[in-house]
Design a protein around this ligand. Structure first.
Ligand code: FAD
Ligand code: NAP
Length: 271
């Protein structure tokens, strides 16, 4: 047997291209993000998700849905990933290194896009855990600031170290080449940590009820208003269900690509 046994390279298919990993950042033992090359043919709208993966043990691609965390203008693609200890994909994906190859689906899709919302004044992006990923795409896209006067990103996590991108968000994207100026004027970052000491420790529902969610902006009402507010929800199914029910009770209707509405949802995982 050769001393240089290598893993067979991935082969593109009709639905999958093969892309190189360009960088990897480990946030903690549960979370990492990585960037891959973006093929010229890959078009998507900020906020969409796509299938990505590795070769499975059975010789077939092992794929999972991932929100793209980078904006539509970026030459690279970024993803934020959980590390599920025995997860079929993420137990392997968490080991990727610069220069490795991964599969990238050719057909991004999704509802967490500006097109699925009616025009409005304030945009609330409410996420738990890896549900932050689509917000990182949307808030780095200049289009979102031309559509909304205020953009409020909420990230609810269990632990302080789960606050991925915290410094970038606290700086309001100060180093971003395209949106730094708009973000400084229009973006508000509301992190909350529910299982450790932090300045804010309530769940999203608590932020809404206490009015804290509405403090950062320029004064419009301290509650949701379906005439002017638009909401995107991503993360745990329970959070999405409960928040969507609360929004519906206040007169919001769910939007889709076919019929835009006042709010849109996407689960960040199945289970
Ligand atoms: C539309 C959509 C978009 C998604 N976007 C992302 C993303 O941007 N980043 C990401 O990490 N995952 C995302 N996921 C989840 C992702 O598809 C996989 O489930 C995840 O990568 C774990 O894969 P796995 O094979 O290791 O384990 P799986 O067998 O897929 O999952 C095992 C269990 O782990 C838990 N779990 C899985 N993913 C998550 C998660 N993200 N957060 C909390 N618990 C989880 C669930 O309880 C699940 O049943 C998305 C899922 C959907 C449907
Ligand atoms: N992050 C960790 O430190 C950690 C550690 C061990 C295992 N895991 C595993 O990893 C998986 C995902 O964990 P995660 O931390 O990414 O996701 P998560 O459990 O969904 O928690 C993320 C955030 O969502 C909040 N949340 C959960 N249900 C909600 C609801 N119904 N309404 C409003 N907010 C809600 C949580 O608040 P609450 O804290 O109040 O629930 C937390 O702030 C889980 O299966 C977990 O067992 C995570």
């Amino acid at each position: 047997m050769s001393a240089h046994a290598t893993i067979a390279p991935l082969e593109p298919t009709a639905s999958l291209s093969v892309e190189k990993v360009l960088s990897v950042t480990h946030w903690n033992e549960h979370l990492f993000s990585f960037r891959i090359a973006r093929p010229a043919s890959f078009r998507f709208r900020s906020g969409e998700f796509v299938m990505i993966g590795l070769m499975g043990d059975n010789g077939k691609p092992l794929l999972r849905a991932y929100s793209v965390a980078s904006p539509a203008w970026d030459e690279e693609l970024e993803f934020l990933s959980i590390k599920v200890p025995d997860g079929p994909l993420t137990s392997k994906l968490q080991q990727i290194k610069v220069g490795d190859e991964i599969y990238l689906g050719r057909k991004p899709t999704g509802t967490l896009v500006a097109d699925a919302l009616l025009p409005g004044r304030r945009l609330f992006l409410l996420g738990t855990g890896t549900g932050l990923a689509p917000w990182m795409s949307l808030i780095r896209d200049p289009d979102i600031y031309s559509l909304f006067e205020e953009v409020i990103v909420v990230h609810s996590v269990r632990r302080v170290s789960d606050l991925a991108y915290r410094e970038v968000l606290e700086s309001l994207l100060a180093d971003d080449p395209l949106v730094a100026e708009e973000a400084a004027a229009k973006l508000t970052y509301v992190p909350t940590v529910t299982r450790e000491d932090f300045h804010t420790t309530v769940r999203i529902e608590g932020l809404i009820e206490s009015g804290k969610l509405f403090e950062g902006g320029s004064a419009t009402p301290p509650h949701f208003d379906p005439d002017h507010d638009r909401v995107m929800l991503c993360g745990s199914m329970a959070m999405i269900k409960e928040t969507a029910e609360m929004l519906e009770a206040r007169g919001f209707t769910e939007g889709s690509n076919a019929k835009p509405g006042e709010y849109v949802i996407e689960r960040a995982f199945v289970g």
